[in-house]
Ligand binder design. Structure first.
Ligand SMILES: Cc1ncc(COP(=O)(O)O)c(C=O)c1O
Length: 507
């Protein structure tokens, strides 16, 4: 990088605005700076394959390199960006690396990155129609496009939030309002103890929403699961009836399609029947797996979700959208509004512009990023079939890995893989018949913990783990646009190499 970026930059590398200590960068310097920043990003993404997925740093090491007194003298942008290349770029965990197979992917496409750049440049706060007419109207349009793509009925409306945690908070806020009318005004006094039901495998964001909404963690009742880790409807029915007898006020059920640990699928249709009978809000958490419904042939997994009051699907997980964007669909927008609308005088729109929708009325926050702009780019760039075919490809790759595990006498799957996530462990064949013995179970947990550490130390892959029925479980989740078959083949070679090495001598 040259020490100067553009025309008005002086021999000391500062631009005219910096030297004057006033105002914003001149247009030609702005353009050069943005081009230079884009080059950092494009070089980074082009060279990802060569980086270790996890940066090789220990906690605190970066502070030693980056810390110092607060900047006093302005510094040349070229020098700052050079430091970014040297110190920042290599030291993020590389979520976009093809070997990043941990958690659930958050895969940012070029179209999504371009969308983020537009959003950053326009800096348009989409809190009111008046404060961003185009972001507001594009939000309604792109939410509809997604809703149609997912095959959901046209009475679903919705909006974007930052994360699934917020979408679920909003949905459960509406459930609270629907059950204890006026709760947003008078709170949950008068002994109104609300209960939300979710499976033992459901995400912790439900408990956090309950904590935030005054329902409390005790207000979330975890319902037992069956042999495939899906919610048991009979256990749900029993829990609701027991709670009603004990004076609780059941408010809603969260059914998950694609649980975080194993991607289990709750029986949404049966749960919807129970919710209809009991008059409970049904929220479907499909934060990860929801995008699979873009593939019409795969909609069976979602049977019954079209009866939900609300549904969350995260584009920022597996729809090639850079963090952040979560889609909250609901057929009960007015209830969200009852739960969250508060319009002080200074937010009233005057001047006869008419009444476009003001999205802030449906959520806790006022300021909102104009996420619709990036969704508009992504949806137009890929097209719905283009998105669906990439998702299909990821599912196929994960299924192939699953078949390799099934064919390997020294490994076993620990849960079904209905989508693109595979849960397994290394289990030497010699131990197969004794795996239930407590001492053997501990040995296998330790072996797999060490296997995971070795795989992640390789720098070629990054996997995460969970526990399924108490067993240490390695998870591989495919959802990254840059992951190809050869990466999963390499992963499997590494698993076998280290698995065999770690089990030497086990008989
Ligand atoms: C099923 C499920 N729901 C909710 C969440 C929370 O997502 P977010 O990070 O967008 O809040 C996750 C995260 O992985 C998840 O797996």
């Amino acid at each position: 990088v040259e020490p100067s970026l553009a025309a008005s930059v002086t021999p000391d590398g500062l631009d005219a605005a910096q030297r004057a200590g006033r105002g914003e960068m001149a247009p030609e310097d702005l353009r050069a700076t943005l081009h230079a920043a884009v080059d950092v990003v494009a070089d980074y993404l082009a060279g990802l394959d060569e980086l270790p997925v996890l940066p090789r740093v220990a906690p605190g090491e970066l502070t030693v390199m980056l810390d110092g007194p607060p900047p006093i003298q302005p510094e040349p942008m070229a020098a700052i960006l050079e430091d970014a290349r040297r110190l920042v770029v290599p030291n993020v965990t590389h979520w976009q690396h093809p070997g990043f197979l941990a958690y659930f992917a958050s895969s940012g496409s070029a179209a999504g990155i371009a969308g983020e750049i537009l959003m950053a440049g326009l800096i348009s706060n989409a809190m009111l129609w008046r404060t961003s007419p185009v972001a507001t109207e594009l939000e309604a349009i792109t939410v509809r496009w997604l809703r149609e793509g997912l095959g959901l009925p046209d009475d679903y409306d919705g909006l974007y939030t930052d994360t699934a945690s917020t979408s679920t908070l909003v949905a459960l806020g509406a459930a609270r309002e629907a059950t204890a009318a006026g709760a947003s005004r008078v709170g949950l006094a008068q002994g109104r103890r609300l209960r939300i039901y979710a499976s033992e495998e459901a995400h912790s964001s439900i408990d956090k929403a309950a904590m935030t909404l005054g329902i409390g963690r005790e207000g979330v009742r975890r319902v037992g699961t069956d042999e495939v880790l899906a919610m048991r409807p009979d256990a749900l029915r029993a829990a609701i009836s027991e709670d009603r007898s004990a004076g609780w006020l059941p408010a809603g059920v969260v059914a998950t399609v694609g649980t975080t640990s194993s991607t289990a699928i709750d029986p949404v249709a049966e749960i919807a029947d129970i919710c209809a009978r009991e008059d409970l809000w049904l929220h479907v958490d499909a934060a990860y797996a929801g995008v699979v419904a873009l593939v019409p042939a795969r909609r069976a997994a979602f049977r019954g979700w079209e009866r939900a009051d609300s549904i969350v699907v995260n584009p920022h997980k597996w729809l090639f959208t850079p963090l952040d964007c979560s889609l909250l669909l609901t057929r009960r927008m007015p209830v969200l509004r009852d739960a969250f609308s508060l319009v002080p005088e200074y937010l009233r729109t005057t001047g006869g512009a008419g009444s476009g929708r003001d999205y802030n009325e449906y959520i806790p926050q006022l300021g909102r990023r104009a996420r619709a702009i990036k969704m508009w780019l992504i949806l137009r760039y890929f097209g719905l079939p283009g998105l669906a075919s990439r998702i299909e490809e990821h599912i196929a790759m994960a299924q192939e890995l699953g078949s390799r595990i099934d064919a390997e006498p020294d490994a076993e799957r620990l849960a079904p893989s209905p989508f693109s996530t595979v849960c397994f462990r290394w289990r030497p064949a010699a131990l197969a018949s004794r795996a239930g013995e407590p001492a053997v179970a501990v040995l296998l947990d330790e072996l797999n913990e060490r296997l995971l550490a070795r795989l992640n130390e390789s720098g070629e892959v990054f996997l995460s783990h969970t526990r399924l029925r108490g067993l240490f479980t390695i998870r591989v989740s495919v959802g990254n646009l840059r992951t190809e078959r050869r990466h999963l083949e390499r992963l499997w070679d590494l698993v076998r190499e280290h698995g065999r090495d770690l089990s030497t001598g086990i008989t």
